[in-house]
Design a protein around this ligand. Structure first.
Ligand SMILES: Nc1ncnc2c1ncn2[C@@H]1O[C@H](COP(=O)(O)OP(=O)(O)OP(=O)(O)O)[C@@H](O)[C@H]1O
Ligand SMILES: [Mg+2]
Length: 302
């Protein structure tokens, strides 16, 4: 069974424009799925539908086999959500907020305090546990909201821009936490983010969405293949030297490869041709490059 499944989802807020248009997804358990797309693409709308905060106009979806519109309680039991709109109580302390939310989802009082303490420590909020939330900084509140999503150890986690307000150090520790949740606990993570470098480090598959339409879906290699982004060989030579048939870019002579095993022979040939090779390297496509490739192609065809 897929952890997250959606088939032909459509959503319109005004009966004119479609925030989601025929979105289908199937995400196996244990995946860290990076959901990428520009502002207004439909990411938050998708998260809200999958977590039962919003109803789709048409189409089907399930989380761990449960329908968010028909079995919202089951979906809440198996999932944790962190969105910008998931508000907590300003007048309660960090600890009180977590215990309160843990109790509302049916956790035992003792287990609540223990689990809340564990998360406050993990997310570097232990010293602020008795401070009111209204006195937290943006980044602290954001981390508390992640703790809230994790309190009942859900097998599926929906994170909508979890690191947007965080300093680099906190962002890194949140990303490490996300990776280890997937690796150790087998948690499925649905991660909406604009931070493509982080996404490339922690996600095992991706969806790229624009104007409500899914442009691409799959692991990094599948995305690269679909976008026509290939691995390249790059050589830096002594000044004035040229390589015929290669393109020069940023001081490197580059050529596309079908596979990286071609590299040793290329290098050998260049040396045999008596070039002075200062550096040789494989240049791999980045998620950023692949992402823009899809978006530009979409713009060109609409
Ligand atoms: N409550 C709402 N009422 C009307 N339109 C809405 C509402 N929420 C979102 N929309 C519209 O739906 C579309 C998708 O918005 P959504 O918030 O899902 O995008 P997003 O991908 O999360 O963007 P961002 O990266 O800015 O968070 C946008 O055109 C937006 O204007
Ligand atoms: Mg959003």
């Amino acid at each position: 069974m897929d952890a997250i499944y959606a088939e032909h989802l459509f959503k319109t807020y005004d009966n004119v424009n479609y925030a989601l248009s025929d979105l289908s997804l199937s995400i196996p358990q244990g995946t860290v799925f990076g959901f990428l797309g520009p502002n207004g693409a439909g990411k938050t709308t998708t998260v809200k539908i999958l977590t039962g905060l919003l109803r789709q106009t048409s189409g089907e979806c399930t989380v761990y086999g449960y329908s968010p519109s028909q079995n919202p309680c089951d979906v809440h039991r198996v999932s944790g959500v962190m969105t910008e709109s998931a508000k907590m109580y300003g007048q309660l302390t960090g600890m009180e907020n977590l215990v309160f939310f843990a109790q509302t989802i049916g956790m035992e009082p003792d287990a609540c305090a223990q689990r809340a303490g564990e998360l406050l420590k993990q997310l570097d909020l232990w010293d602020a546990r008795d401070k009111k939330l209204s006195e937290y900084s943006t980044g602290m509140a954001q981390r508390l909201s992640l703790a809230r999503a994790l309190i009942h150890r859900p097998p599926v986690l929906f994170l909508d821009e979890p690191t947007s307000g965080l300093d680099p150090e906190s962002a890194q520790s949140v990303n490490e936490m996300i990776s280890s949740l997937a690796a150790v606990a087998g948690t499925t993570v649905f991660l909406c983010t604009h931070q493509l470098r982080y996404a490339q480090d922690i996600c095992s598959s991706y969806g790229i969405i624009d104007s409500g339409k899914l442009l691409a879906c799959g692991d990094f290699q599948t995305l690269c293949d679909g976008a026509g982004c290939h691995i390249k060989a790059g050589f830096r030579l002594a000044e004035g030297e040229q390589l015929e048939g290669y393109e020069q870019k940023d001081g490197w002579w580059q050529t596309e490869l079908l596979k990286e095993e071609e590299m040793p022979l290329l290098l050998q040939k260049i040396v045999e041709d008596r070039h002075n090779v200062y550096e040789a390297r494989l240049i791999r496509p980045t998620l950023e490059e692949v992402y823009f490739q899809y978006l530009e192609h979409q713009e060109a065809t609409t």
